[in-house]
Every structure is written in C-alpha cells, then in structure tokens.
Design a protein around this ligand. Structure first.
Ligand code: SAM
Length: 224
C-alpha cells in the first residue's frame, strides 16, 4: 500500500509515522508513506498557501491553487483509490471504514488548516471526506495520522500476530475482553483466578462473558 500525505507541517507527522508498528510496516515494505509539503506547490514567492475568505469573517482559507497542483502532480505517477480530505464534517472514521480502506492500494490524505480548504477543491478534486470525531482540531495532521495508523495495522503482516487485530473492539459485535500481565498480584490487586488456571476452555468462556458485560454496559451508556 502507498499513502501520500499533503500538509504544510510534514515534521508534525514524521516522528509519529516513523516509530513502532508504522516504522516496521515501512521497513518490511508493506507500506510506503510519502509526505508532501504543500508550500512547495505554491506559485506565490512567499510560498503562501492561504488567503482571506470571500465574504469576510474570521479565519484564513487554504488556497485552491497549491492543492490542485499538488494533487494533480501526484496523480500523474499514481492511480489513487481515494483522495481523502480530513474534515470534522466528513464521514465518521469507524473500524468498518478502516477495514474498507486497508483493502485499497493507493491513498492520498489531505490535511487542512485554518478555516479549511477552498470548497472547489472539496467538490472537484476530493473523492472522500473523513472525520475522526465530532470536535474540531487545529489541523488535519493528527486526523491523518490516526487514519493512517488505523489502516496500516490491518494490512496482513504488519502486526506480529494478525489474529490480535481481528479480536479488537469494534471488529465484531463485542468489545475486547480485559487484559492483564505479570505480576499476578500487583500491590494486592490480583488477576482473576481463571486466567492463571491453565484451563483454556474456561479462560475463553470468561473472556466472552467479560466482553458481553463490557459491551452491554457501553451500549447502555450510549443510549442514555
Ligand atoms: N472550519 C472548519 C469546520 O468548522 O468544519 C474546521 C477547520 S479546522 C480548524 C482545520 C482543519 O483541521 C480542517 O480543515 C481539517 O483538515 C482538520 N480537522 C479538524 N478537526 C478534524 C476532525 N475532527 N476530523 C478530521 N479533520 C479535522
């Protein structure tokens, strides 16, 4: 898989994308991540990427020209499954959306700033808009990093034990069960006996029951 990210702050993403599982995925050749500084595509002598909004009001708007030129330059060398604008009013990122995107080959992610990007880019160049939640961040860099992480960990071979991702919360109907590690007694708080019993059937039953309880509790809370 190839992911191209367009941003005016590439350094914000580089650290995150080059550590841990995402770094390993790239080293193993399972994913290529390419960062593009939008300022490099500005025709303005000061590399300006924003301007005042038509109609007035507070906040700057990201210019159409650098975005269109950057998107078109990238499209010359690659056929994208989706050109995604990270936007608070987009389709909500869920595990199902991440699963769907993990099956694609080439994605372009666009990080907005300020009041967002010129609407004409959204209407004529973008193919999908994704939100990471109903709140507003200062820029699309964290949302792009969240989306990239959610997708990449699902690519076969990225996690050392692939079955781990399949059992995660939101993959099926039930949330993941509680997990514990050593020591079995931490400052007087003990691990449930069943988990150290060695009886795998009982352990599986216990995990299923805990997953059900957790899911019911969460569903009740979201209904309230
Ligand atoms: N004026 C916009 C609105 O109310 O919808 C918000 C713009 S926000 C300050 C700047 C940029 O951050 C957006 O263009 C988008 O790329 C990104 N962003 C902020 N919150 C986001 C979220 N919840 N999900 C995805 N992207 C987000």
């Amino acid at each position: 898989m190839r992911i191209d990210i367009i941003t005016i702050f590439p350094a914000m993403l580089e650290g995150f994308l080059n550590e841990s599982i995402l770094k390993r995925a790239q080293t193993k050749g399972l994913v290529e991540i390419h960062m593009h500084n939008l300022r490099d595509y500005s025709l303005d002598k000061h590399h300006k990427t924003d301007d005042y909004a038509f109609g007035g009001g507070a906040g700057m708007v990201m210019l159409a020209q650098p975005l269109a030129d950057c998107i078109e330059a990238l499209k010359k060398n690659c056929q994208y499954d989706d050109i995604i604008y990270m936007s608070p009013d987009g389709e909500m990122l869920t595990q199902a959306v991440a699963n769907d995107l993990s099956l694609t080959k080439n994605l372009m992610l666009i990080c907005g700033r300020y009041k967002g990007i010129d609407q004409r880019i959204r209407e004529h160049w973008i193919t999908r808009e994704i939100s990471i939640g109903e709140y507003v961040l200062s820029g699309g860099e964290l949302p792009a990093a969240v989306l990239a992480d959610a997708i990449i960990r699902l690519i076969p071979g990225v996690l050392s034990d692939e079955s781990s991702a399949l059992l995660d919360s939101f993959q099926g109907e039930l949330l993941d069960a509680p997990v514990y590690t050593r020591p079995a007694d931490f400052r007087g708080h003990k691990v449930p006996d069943v988990l150290v019993s060695g009886d795998q059937k009982k352990i599986d039953e216990w995990r299923y029951q805990k997953s059900e309880e957790k899911t019911t509790r969460r569903n009740k809370k979201t209904e309230e």
